[in-house]
Write a protein that binds this ligand. Structure first.
Ligand code: NAD
Ligand code: DAU
Length: 342
């Protein structure tokens, strides 16, 4: 069994690589990654010498290179994590999101058609459903919820999902899609809420909360997401969408306060700053389908997961300090330097 994991040098992809090598001894895992600003080869250091693992630096939009690799490795399954993943960056510059997230997906599926695979899995997001109002806690995203996107990022992910379903219906490509809520855990890139707040709090820097901080996200420990994808590629039905989430809704402001408390830092570091454009209010997944069909349930409670995550960032300072000391400083200045307090 050979599995292509695209985007495996990023946050969730790397956790998936570790999970698969541990859970399925004997499987060959080939990681395809362009190593954009979000990809880190150092993350994969612990498995680089594993004979069941191979890393290939490649852009999923590079059709010729991707075809060559399919010819060489003859993968059985492709799991596509590769994407531009940050909403704020998509607001600044949508183009690369359309290229990688839509056209890159097309190249991978064309290769799957040409060389034959048993399963193509698209890692998607709950953001394709848009958002839910704060005053309707009874509402959740199901697989039937209409696509209704807000940001260039979510529009690009939704476009890819539509293309994936079209390749199933038109060409009979054996596909499935998972739509997961917000992940957290080790190797989360420091531009995202939880690691950004941990890094800033540790440096006694201001904690920039967008608007009032009342937006709700449904947090899932990354390992639980990886187990869900593992189950779907082995036992999920072809042509189906599976929502993945753990009924763990939290307001942004409460997450930031919790991080302050865990790190013994004062809440006076919190700054309410100019809101994200088109900011989604609430995400909330109904995971009934994956639970009923595949028996999936999250294993890590948020109270434990957030402690583990904070401890990981304390124990692995070198990993994230290296990232935030380079080009990231320019990104941070651009995104936050002129953001007014509100
Ligand atoms: P990430 O930004 O941490 O990692 C993305 C990885 O993809 C990086 O290693 C990057 O180098 C690689 N990549 C980017 N463009 C590429 C290209 N053209 N060719 C090859 N590799 C490329 O992202 P993440 O948070 O790990 O998200 C992974 C996937 O999961 C994405 O598809 C995202 O939409 C989806 N997702 C993320 C979350 C979340 O909370 N982080 C939740 C649901 C779904
Ligand atoms: O729901 C799944 C999605 O979760 C994934 O598809 C995306 O790839 C992933 O990045 C994530 O998107 P979000 O926009 O929800 O994540 P982010 O960490 O950027 O922001 C979480 C919330 O925190 C959001 O309401 C915006 C807010 N925020 C974020 C940052 C970076 C702040 O208040 N301040 C910040 O500095």
């Amino acid at each position: 069994m050979t599995i292509f994991v695209t985007g495996g040098a990023g946050f969730i992809g790397s956790n998936f690589v570790f999970h698969m090598l541990k859970a399925h001894p004997g499987y060959r895992i080939v990681c395809l990654d362009k190593l954009t600003y979000a990809g880190n080869l150092s993350t994969l250091e612990p498995v680089m010498k594993n004979p069941d693992f191979r890393f290939v630096k490649i852009d999923i939009c590079d059709r010729e290179g991707i075809y060559k690799l399919f010819e060489e490795e003859k993968p059985n399954i492709v799991v596509n994590f590769a994407a531009e993943s940050h909403v704020d960056r998509s607001i600044e510059n949508p183009e690369i999101f359309l290229q990688t997230n839509i056209l890159g997906t097309q190249v991978l599926m064309d290769a799957c058609r040409k060389y034959g695979i048993t399963r193509y899995h698209q890692v998607s997001t709950d953001e394709v459903y848009g958002d839910l109002p704060l005053d309707r806690p009874d509402l959740f995203f199901t697989e039937q919820t209409p696509i209704h996107t807000s940001s260039p990022y979510s529009a690009s992910k939704a476009s890819a999902d539509l293309l994936v379903m079209a390749y199933n219906r038109t060409y009979g490509l054996p596909v499935a899609i998972s739509r997961c809520s917000n992940n957290y855990g080790p190797y989360h890139f420091p531009e995202k809420l939880i690691p950004l707040m941990i890094a800033n709090a540790l440096a006694d820097k201001p904690l920039p909360v967008y608007g009032e901080g009342l937006n709700v996200r449904d947090w899932l420990y990354v390992e639980d997401h990886c187990r869900a994808i593992d189950l779907i590629i082995h036992k999920g039905r072809v042509g189906e969408v599976y929502n993945v989430g753990g009924h763990n809704e939290m307001k942004n402001i409460d997450i930031v306060k919790l991080i302050c408390k865990e790190l013994g830092k004062p809440e006076s570091l919190i700054r309410h700053v100019e809101d994200r454009k088109g900011h989604d209010m609430r995400y909330a997944i109904d995971p009934t389908k994956i639970h009923d069909e595949l028996g999936w349930l999250p294993e890590t409670k948020f109270a434990d997961g957030i402690k583990k995550t904070i401890q990981w960032y304390l124990d692995n300072k070198q990993w994230w300090e290296t990232i935030i000391s380079g080009e990231y400083q320019n990104y941070y200045e651009k995104m936050y330097g002129s953001r007014a307090e509100v």
